[in-house]
Design a protein around this ligand. Structure first.
Ligand SMILES: [Fe+2]
Ligand SMILES: [Fe+2]
Length: 218
């Protein structure tokens, strides 16, 4: 079941994201009215994404990680630090400053879905990471079309491609971890992914409006 809050069904189909609700363009129009606040929130998210990849780096399933585990996590961490530097530069050029503290209720709610212990926790952590990347990817695509500031639009377009790659890396690793446990687990992981997507739809639509990457609209 797909719920369309916006008028851009074909767009999401084009970028092949699995999300169950499309963000309306009105979200970007509102968020871009406060570009420094949006960039500040965005910078914090890049920092948290880098930290998450470094934390996952040593959380591989025992006894050995999937072949590409360490390379994938280090590549994501490197990308996110580069994104952080880029966004902080954009913020600074517009007269903004990075705040010391930050909260992301969307990510916190998603993390509440994580089952604790063993490979289930690893799979859930990877899936939550994939969801955040997919939603961020969707948002960058919208921002790249809606932003009238050319420098911002260009950066958003570049980030769209990078975050899509991260989404694919995380969901691929979640499937690899499940496959290590046998056919039953490999099938169960697809059900788990579908239930996560349903949860994500509710969580994103429950976010307050505001100049944030993971807010919703009035
Ligand atoms: Fe990023
Ligand atoms: Fe990312």
């Amino acid at each position: 079941m797909r719920e369309n809050a916006g008028s851009v069904t074909s767009r999401t189909a084009t970028v092949e994201l699995p999300l169950l609700v499309d963000t309306p363009d009105a979200w970007a129009e509102a968020a871009l009215r406060e570009p420094c606040a949006l960039l500040n929130d965005h910078a914090h998210l890049e920092k948290k994404a880098a930290q998450n990849a470094l934390e996952l780096l040593h959380r591989w399933p025992e006894p050995t990680p999937p072949d590409n585990w360490v390379v994938a996590m280090t590549a994501v961490a490197r990308d996110e630090v580069e994104h952080l530097a880029l966004v902080v530069r954009l913020l600074s050029r517009r007269g903004g400053r990075l705040t010391k503290s930050h909260r992301n209720d969307y990510a916190a709610a998603l993390r509440g879905l994580i089952r604790r212990g063993g490979d289930e926790e690893t799979i859930d952590r990877l899936m939550i990471s994939a969801l955040i990347e997919a939603r961020s990817c969707e948002r960058f695509e919208i921002l790249s079309r809606v932003a009238t500031d050319e420098a911002l639009a260009k950066v958003y377009k570049a980030l769209w491609a990078s975050e899509k790659g991260h989404y694919l890396s995380f969901i691929d690793l979640a499937r690899q971890v499940a496959a290590l446990e046998g056919d039953d687990e490999a099938a169960a992981v697809e059900d788990r992914w579908q239930s996560m997507l349903v949860e994500e739809r509710t969580i994103i639509m429950n976010q307050k409006p505001g100049p944030r990457m993971h807010s919703w609209v009035v």
